[in-house]
Design a protein around this ligand. Structure first.
Ligand code: NDP
Length: 337
């Protein structure tokens, strides 16, 4: 049983030295436990937060502990009522490892005939749920409005943009590089997608949003938010989902304090800016989400792109890449068949 542990807490961007791979016997399930064989493992930006012991909404991974991850897994042995060997499950506490002992908490049974089991940690799992709920519940998009989202080709952003299109909105994405932007426009149906690595983002965004911005779905913060801020319309909604450009930051940026500018904008334009954590805020609404999203995915109304990394041992490199935009689509690790 290979396991990837948190060897030390990163300062700034994580490096190989922060991870350690160890190998041990496959564990035996005790009473009330089952043994899971992890097949697919999700890599997500939130894991950067778990590597740090700064105050957050969740406990950090202890140094020496197994890195946390959601996995899609097969039940191998079960001393747990309701679970049989062969069952396919999604386990939120699967972890960066080949096998997991589980008492069934935070485990959800999946349809064994699922065509793409990895989607249970992607478009039909936590990231898709996040994009959908944050947009619909906090963003409340209305037909004809302009919705802007960055990290536009990732699992959250791609759902936000495509669902906003299905609501009749104008959708402008922001992504890193021409290839990602081309994909967002040609495949995901965004009205425009702007490369944040090129100059003059603020000018290009203003040109792409001639009627201003009604919903800004915040995934990245930093320079992207700087470009968005002056374009926010009266009564704009800003679901604050993630701030990935800041996750590796060790200090505040230089420059004038622009907090008063933001506060004045929120007040004068009566803007609603609201943070949310998907499970904390929306856990009970997961079935409702699945009922809407599953047919959309099946019908191709919501398109899905996965970036598959082969082999558990390659997870640390892939995760470091995620924080720098090296992934293209939902990043999943294929551990076993
Ligand atoms: P993605 O697969 O989209 O990966 C992250 C992407 O962020 C990268 O591919 C890159 O895309 C972009 N990025 C990285 N650094 C920067 C930067 N400095 N400036 C601009 N963009 C950057 O991730 P997800 O779809 O899984 O997650 C998107 C966001 O949603 C994250 O902030 C995440 O933390 C948040 N989230 C929040 C949840 C909640 O409950 N609140 C739950 C799930 C996710 P590109 O190359 O296009 O710039």
């Amino acid at each position: 049983n290979r396991q990837i542990l948190l060897a030390s807490r990163p300062v700034g961007a994580p490096t190989e030295a922060n991870f350690k791979i160890v190998e041990s016997e496959v564990p035996k399930p005790g009473p009330g436990q089952m043994l899971l064989r992890n097949l697919w493992m999700s890599l997500d930006p939130y894991m950067r937060g778990r590597m740090s012991d700064a105050k957050s909404y969740a406990e950090p991974v202890p140094v020496g502990g197994v890195m946390t991850a959601g996995t899609v897994a097969r039940v191998m042995e079960s001393n747990l009522e309701g679970y049989q060997p062969g069952d396919l499950v999604m386990a939120y506490t699967g972890g960066w490892q080949d096998y997991t002992l589980s008492d069934g908490s935070m485990v959800f049974k999946q349809n064994p005939d699922m065509k793409r089991p990895s989607q249970a940690v992607g478009v039909l799992g936590m990231p898709g749920f996040t994009g959908y709920m944050g947009l619909m519940d906090i963003g409340q998009p209305k037909a004809g409005e302009t919705v802007v989202v960055a990290a536009a080709t990732g699992p959250v952003g791609a759902v936000v943009g495509q669902v906003a299109k299905l609501q009749g909105c104008r959708v402008v994405g922001i992504a890193g590089g021409a290839e990602k932007c081309g994909y967002a426009e040609a495949e995901l149906g965004f009205d425009a997608c702007l490369d944040h690595k090129r100059d003059d983002l603020a000018e290009r965004l203003a040109a792409a949003c001639p009627d201003g911005i009604d919903v800004y779905f915040e995934n990245v913060g930093g320079k992207v938010f700087d470009a968005v801020m002056p374009l926010l319309n009266a009564h704009a909604r800003v679901p604050v989902c993630g701030l990935i450009s800041q996750y590796n930051a060790t200090s505040l940026p230089n420059g004038p304090d622009r907090m008063p500018l933001l506060m004045r904008l929120l007040l004068s334009q009566r803007i609603r800016m609201q943070g949310f954590i998907i499970f904390d805020n929306y856990g009970p609404r997961y079935p409702e989400f699945l009922e809407v999203m599953t047919p959309w995915v099946d019908a191709g109304k919501v398109k899905v792109k996965e970036d598959v990394v082969e082999g558990l041992e390659n997870a640390p490199q892939a995760f470091m890449g995620l924080l720098e935009g090296r992934n293209f689509g939902k990043l999943v690790v294929h551990i076993a068949d």
